[in-house]
Structure formats: structure tokens, C-alpha cells
Design a protein around this ligand. Structure first.
Ligand code: MN
Length: 160
């Protein structure tokens, strides 16, 4: 009986250790995904791999679009504007948000960013860690997005 208990306790300790190792290994390589990965964003609007999944489609009752983008490390949007602004909710990882003429801001899990209407900006992941972001686009009767030029490596790296 006593030796059985020892075996049980030893197995539990082993299991606990292996679970902890798994958890830290996952953390180093992959972010927590709440929503499906979705479709790869087109190269004409994104640098690197950005994956978009629609959560709430546009309609005439809510006039709101909601979705999620997973930016792989180094991936970012082109410069763009939203006619009624945009709200970003970061659910995992580390990324950047920058408005034209302003310093680049580092954004992390738990951050909420308001992009004002018609302000030129971009968002994306940091070079080493990806970013999961939910986006909310209100008042879609005014339009959704106007895409402009890519964010150059110099702009991305210097943050200016
Ligand atoms: Mn935006």
C-alpha cells in the first residue's frame, strides 16, 4: 500500500513537471488563439503573414464590423485610414501601433487602442513576437478602410 502511494505521488510529480515544460515551450513559440486563424491577408495590404477572421459581418442594423487578425512576428498592415475610426483590443502577444507623425507605440495583451477617424496609421506584430488583435469598425455606413502604401522596413524598425 505504502509503495503504491509512492508510485502515485512520483507519477503525479512527473506529470506536473512535463505539463509545466509544455506550457513554457508553447509560450515561446505560439500565442493563445481565441478565434480561428482565418484567411491570409492579401500581400497588397500586408507585409508578412497576417491572418484575418471575420466575427461580425456588416449589416444595416449594427453598421459595425468585428474581426480578429493574427500577425506573425514582423508582419504588419500597410498605412491606412478608417472613415469612422477603429478600436483594437490586443488579446495576446506584442505589437506596434503608429499614427503618421507620431512615435511608434508598443502594444501588448490587454491593451485597447482607439484609432481616430481618418488618421493615417498602421498596426502589426513586433519582430520577435506575434500579436493577436480584435478590431471593431463602427459606423460602416461611412466606409471601412482606405489602403495606402506599405510600411517600409525603415519605418517599421525606426518607429518614426
Ligand atoms: Mn487600422
Amino acid at each position: 500500500m505504502k509503495s503504491l502511494m509512492i508510485i502515485v505521488i512520483a507519477s503525479m510529480a512527473l506529470l506536473t513537471t512535463s505539463c509545466m515544460e509544455n506550457k513554457s515551450a508553447n509560450k515561446a513559440t505560439e500565442l493563445q488563439a481565441i478565434f480561428p486563424k482565418g484567411e491570409k491577408g492579401p500581400a497588397e495590404h500586408f507585409t508578412g503573414n497576417a491572418w484575418n477572421t471575420a466575427l461580425v459581418a456588416n449589416d444595416s442594423t449594427y453598421n459595425t464590423v468585428i474581426g480578429n487578425v493574427y500577425f506573425e512576428p514582423g508582419a504588419r498592415s500597410n498605412w491606412h485610414t478608417h472613415p469612422s475610426g477603429q478600436i483594437l483590443i490586443i488579446t495576446d502577444g506584442v505589437g506596434y501601433y503608429q499614427e503618421k507623425g507620431q512615435p511608434r507605440r508598443t502594444i501588448r495583451k490587454g491593451d485597447v487602442v482607439k484609432c481616430p477617424p481618418n488618421v493615417l496609421h498602421w498596426h502589426g506584430a513586433s519582430p520577435d513576437t506575434g500579436m493577436q488583435q480584435m478590431y471593431i469598425l463602427p459606423k460602416t455606413e461611412n466606409g471601412i478602410v482606405t489602403w495606402l502604401q506599405p510600411v517600409t522596413d525603415e519605418e517599421y524598425n525606426s518607429g518614426k
